[in-house]
Design a protein around this ligand. Structure first.
Ligand SMILES: C[S@@+](CC[C@H](N)C(=O)[O-])C[C@H]1O[C@@H](n2cnc3c(N)ncnc32)[C@H](O)[C@@H]1O
Length: 203
């Protein structure tokens, strides 16, 4: 395996709970926006996408994010590392090389879960969630990474304002499943004001 970073393992206890009902389900389809070296995708492939016909669509520029350079993270050969790491499950992986705002409008598949972990600016996180929503089946899970990420003093360079904008705008159309360092919601069939999410973070 050719991993140089691990931004994922801390999420495993929450993901084990979130994905328990989906584990091993035939034809399960997951969309990942932001795959980097494939660490989160490999966990899904090993532990969740094990049923007949299951697969993952991975969208990434494979050029890294703006914070990577500041941290001295090597993004050369990123796609090659992703392919090497996901190689054991090659038949279940569809890679889309490009910016999410260009790739997502072209996708036609319906997904059971979407993981938003691409560009971390608020505007891109909001855009990814809006574009992914139409691809998510009713009852499907939308998971945002890095709700608690606070790298930049300018709030709009962090994901949280984008995630909050989405949660406010789509309030009543989803059920809040988890809120912590990550946020997970389940898409509902129709608007229901009684279901509105009143988490303190969204006041
Ligand atoms: C934090 S990493 C993903 C980590 C991965 N999910 C994991 O847990 O191992 C973010 C990724 O998003 C990609 N990215 C950044 N901006 C993007 C954009 N506009 N469209 C698609 N991918 C983007 C970067 O190339 C990087 O690989």
């Amino acid at each position: 395996m050719a991993f140089t970073q691990d931004w994922f393992s801390k999420n495993i206890p929450v993901w084990e709970r979130l994905f328990a009902p989906l584990k091993g389900r035939p034809n399960l389809q997951i969309l990942e926006i932001g795959s980097f070296e494939g660490r989160s995708a490999c966990w899904l492939l090993e532990h969740v996408l094990t049923g007949e016909g299951a697969g993952i669509d991975c969208v990434d520029t494979f050029m890294g994010s703006m914070e990577n350079a500041a941290w001295g993270i090597d993004t050369t050969q990123l796609f090659e590392r992703f392919k090497e790491n996901t190689g054991p499950w090659e038949a279940r992986v569809t890679a889309h090389v490009g910016a999410s705002d260009a790739v997502l409008p072209k996708l036609t598949r319906v997904f059971d879960a979407v993981y938003v972990d691409g560009s971390h600016t608020a505007k891109d996180t909001l855009s990814d969630a809006v574009l992914a929503w139409r691809l998510l089946r009713i009852g499907g899970l939308l998971i945002f990474d890095d709700y608690g990420w606070n790298l930049y003093p300018d709030a709009e360079l962090n994901p949280k304002p984008g995630i909050n904008a989405f949660l406010h705008g789509f309030n009543g159309w989803f059920e809040l499943v988890h809120i912590g360092y990550q946020v997970a919601i389940r898409k509902c069939a129709a608007y229901d004001a009684t279901r509105k999410n009143r988490a303190p973070e969204l006041k």
